[in-house]
Design a protein around this ligand. Sequence first.
Ligand SMILES: Nc1ccn([C@@H]2O[C@H](COP(=O)(O)OP(=O)(O)OP(=O)(O)O)[C@@H](O)[C@H]2O)c(=O)n1
Ligand SMILES: C[C@](O)(CO)[C@H](O)COP(=O)(O)O
Length: 241
Amino acid sequence: MGNHLRSDASNPCWAIVPAAGIGTRMRSDLPKQYLRLRGKTLLEHTLERLLAIPDLAGVVLALSPTDPYWEQLPLAGNVRIAVVDGGSERSRSVLNALNYLTLQAEAEDWILVHDAARPCITPSAIASLRRHTANHPVGGILGVPVGDTLKRVGPRNVILDTCDRRGLWQAQTPQLFRYQLLHQCLARALGQGEVVTDEASAMELAGYQPLMVEGRTDNIKVTRPEDLALAEAILQRQEQH
Ligand SMILES: Nc1ccn([C@@H]2O[C@H](COP(=O)(O)OP(=O)(O)OP(=O)(O)O)[C@@H](O)[C@H]2O)c(=O)n1
Ligand SMILES: C[C@](O)(CO)[C@H](O)COP(=O)(O)O
């Protein structure tokens, strides 16, 4: 597996899918990426949408080294998907995938990192991110402006103050950056012991200013039990259009 991940296209796009989490907040017996909606696992929904990207060079999937579920899925036989070991944190799973691509990706190839837990991503949103970043010197991410009033909460759930939400956005994935720059910035941030919850923050720590591209609020990250019914409704509506 993995030796099919060659690409002859100029600056193609590789997808990295961090899928090595255990889904603590989901409180499920199964890691949430293997929960089924509309007859497929979240992971399958996500992978199918990424595999449909026209100039996709391949997918690098980061799984728990002890993941017993992946091999049971039909997609496990897909030669465009290479599997690497995930790490202790999402960022380390992504770094492992970037390390794997050292011999496959060119410096200027695009890397699109997308959470397995975001199965509702649409081709049009992916295309919008790619269109807006095509000539951007750094790259960018999908996100949405914060829609709720934000509170800072202290001990005993006492509200300390209200945050000025002007200019605040919720970051999503996909996050799209050039291979060499992302690899360097993420490796440096983790090497310096920084807490990195998304790829853009590693770029920011290095002094770069990624682009924020407005996406959709229905590109949800399935995190808690109540997210499942919402994701199912979104997927159903997408099937009908
Ligand atoms: N060590 C980790 C932790 C998370 N992820 C992946 O990163 C994505 C976003 O992370 P999150 O929603 O936090 O998933 P979990 O870490 O599984 O959830 P929790 O924090 O509730 O345990 C998920 O697709 C998850 O599988 C990963 O690849 N490696
Ligand atoms: C990458 C991400 O989806 C952007 O919002 C988010 O940071 C992942 O968060 P988590 O802490 O791994 O759930």
